[in-house]
Write a protein that binds this ligand. Structure first.
Ligand code: G
Ligand code: G
Ligand code: MN
Ligand code: NA
Length: 262
């Protein structure tokens, strides 16, 4: 594959960049932080989304240095937001969510790299949330969970991404060092009609009640309409992300959004 062989040079040449999508508190609409989403500005093909190159980077192992780069850039961005705005945004200091591939989880340098990046940038661990997909943790043994536990003990939040699409044992959640569930977009889509499908409402209600019972926050993804936001707020979800609030964009865009209600 042509793109695969171009990846290492692309990283050296600085062809990757990050867009940020705000995370909004459903109760008061304040911006609480953002998810970092990587893109590749390819010299011939233009902007490529992560679905086009993350699987290739995972296959070759380039995801480790690429993921480290994404983490460092994102944490630096979080520090810049904090330096410029301190606690002055409506929802307090802005936090940053960064996605981790399964290969990064099994890479022995994950904890040390994260510690180094936080120290170099002077960002507190509780400003960072690492997102791991539910499917990456299905059947996870203690070896796989150990680095996540260490990070969680330092104060880094761990989010279970795309929750509800895998077939994880709900009781298994207790074992995982996670503090946030990110409900998959498919649940949000079924809230399109108002009132939504009663069975889907029950499922989301059940997930939220389980999550809160385990002291986990619930973030919903893919919110595209005010009706969906309202329905999910009523169901008790905590924060939301989606085109209704903002598409992923450059970091300056978050400054504007965060300061609107400050
Ligand atoms: O940007 P977009 O909304 O198209 O993201 C598509 C997918 O790519 C999402 O599932 C997201 O988790 C993943 N993704 C985006 N950025 C990164 C990244 O830096 N690392 C990894 N591993 N996945 C990412
Ligand atoms: O980490 P994750 O795989 O969930 O990445 C989020 C993905 O969802 C990205 O591809 C992002 O561009 C996309 N996305 C973000 N908000 C919305 C939305 O409101 N609707 C839809 N359809 N996709 C969204
Ligand atoms: Mn994610
Ligand atoms: Na997701």
């Amino acid at each position: 594959h042509g793109l695969t062989t171009q990846l290492p040079a692309a990283l050296d040449r600085g062809e990757f960049f990050i867009e940020y999508q705000p995370l909004v508190h459903l109760g008061d609409g304040s911006v609480r932080g953002a998810e970092a989403l990587v893109r590749w500005l390819h010299p011939q093909h233009g902007v490529l989304g992560p679905d086009r190159f993350i699987p290739l980077a995972e296959h070759t192992g380039l995801i480790v240095p690429l993921g480290r780069w994404v983490l460092e850039q994102s944490v630096r961005q979080a520090r810049e937001w904090r330096e410029r705005y301190g606690e002055d945004t409506a929802g307090g200091p802005l936090r940053i969510n960064v996605n981790l591939s399964p290969c990064q989880l099994t890479h022995p340098g994950l904890v040390q790299d994260t510690v180094d990046i936080l120290e170099r940038t002077g960002v507190a661990p509780d400003a960072l949330c690492l997102e791991v997909t539910e499917s990456a943790l299905i059947g996870a043994d203690d070896d796989l969970l150990k680095p996540l536990r260490q990070l969680a003990e330092m104060g880094v939040d761990i989010a279970l991404d795309d929750f509800g699409t895998g077939y994880s044992n709900l009781a298994n959640l207790r074992r995982l060092p996670v503090s946030v569930l990110k409900l998959d977009r498919s649940f949000t889509q079924s809230m399109q009609q108002f009132p939504a499908d009663p069975v889907d409402l029950k499922i989301v209600e059940g997930i939220v009640s389980l999550a809160h019972g385990l002291n986990l926050a619930v973030t919903v993804e893919g919110v595209e309409t005010g009706a969906q936001a309202e329905q999910l707020r009523i169901l008790g979800c905590d924060t939301a992300q989606g085109w209704y609030y903002a598409r992923p964009g450059p970091p300056e865009r978050l400054h504007e959004l965060a300061l609107v209600d400050a």
